[in-house]
Write a protein of this length. Structure first.
Length: 285
């Protein structure tokens, strides 16, 4: 995808999403961009009317008197976009590849955030950090991010979301809004994600391609795992194979959604054949 094409796509999404959002009834999904981060300020003695949820129990126990944490609103909210550029992002049998879809989504998110005067940072990851863009703001910052997006290519590595989340935690990120754009074909990220979600807002955007769930019945074929490189002969016409494949996919998705619901993490599902305007319009308002 060329830079000019990406910019035109984002502008089209922005224009059409405003039309869609005006046509929707009130009470739709609230934009995650609304509201700023709350940053720790200081500790002082408890006063009548203070929220008891802000009591600092460690300091209170040490000095006997009751103490509370105070906070102030961060004027500029920090937005992080985590983009999965592992080998599996190369797949695409419909309108575009999963990576092309991720690029469109990331550019849309960055544009919307910067237009609201937030700062945006981007992490490209596979099983390691492939590229890092520290939070920047302003339209010049958006152009920098857009250029990096069109330059990115699928990597040979596997998907390791915990690597990206642990990297952010080491940077002492808190009160940030984090978008994770990935096919989530991985495991072992749950603990890092749950820990990170305690001090940050997370919204996941899971991308997928139809063929991952509905393999055509064309007889015996040799399938190759894009990330691991392992190959295996499969009889795609076998009813047993299709039944097991469908059951495994349903179980994986059920486990995924159950985990997100347990920690209050919102998710958007996007297929490579889908028009993203309807599903992302509430992010642009």
């Amino acid at each position: 995808m060329k830079l000019e094409e990406l910019i035109k796509t984002v502008q089209k999404i922005d224009l059409l999403s405003n039309t869609v959002s005006k046509q929707k009834l009130a009470g739709g999904n609230p934009s995650p961009f609304k509201g700023r981060g709350i940053v720790f300020d200081s500790i002082r003695k408890y006063e009548a009317g203070d929220d008891i949820r802000n009591i600092n129990w460690k300091v209170t126990a040490r000095f006997i008197d009751t103490y509370v944490n105070t906070y102030h609103e961060d004027k500029v909210r920090r937005i992080w976009i985590l983009i999965d550029v592992s080998g599996s992002s190369f797949l695409g049998t419909e309108r575009r590849s999963k990576l092309d879809l991720e690029i469109e989504v990331a550019a849309t998110l960055a544009y919307s955030a910067i237009r609201k005067n937030d700062s945006v940072g981007v992490i490209f990851f596979s099983d390691k950090i492939e590229r890092l863009i520290m939070p920047i703001s302003g339209m010049s910052g958006f152009w920098h991010i857009a250029k990096a997006l069109v330059e990115c290519k699928p990597c040979d590595g596997t998907t390791s979301l915990d690597v990206a989340l642990n990297f952010l935690m080491k940077m002492n990120c808190s009160s940030s809004l984090v978008f994770i754009v990935s096919d989530f074909m991985t495991s072992g990220y749950e603990r890092a994600c749950a820990t990170f979600a305690q001090q940050n807002d997370i919204l996941t955007i899971r991308v997928h391609d139809k063929i991952e769930y509905n393999i055509p019945k064309i007889g015996w074929v040799k399938l190759r795992d894009i990330e691991s490189g392992k190959e295996k002969w499969i009889n795609t016409s076998s009813d047993r194979f299709n039944e097991i494949h469908k059951k495994n996919n349903m179980q994986e998705f059920e486990n995924y959604t159950k985990f997100l619901n347990a920690y209050g993490i919102r998710n958007i599902d996007l297929g490579t054949e889908e028009n993203i305007i309807e599903k992302l319009s509430f992010l642009m308002t």
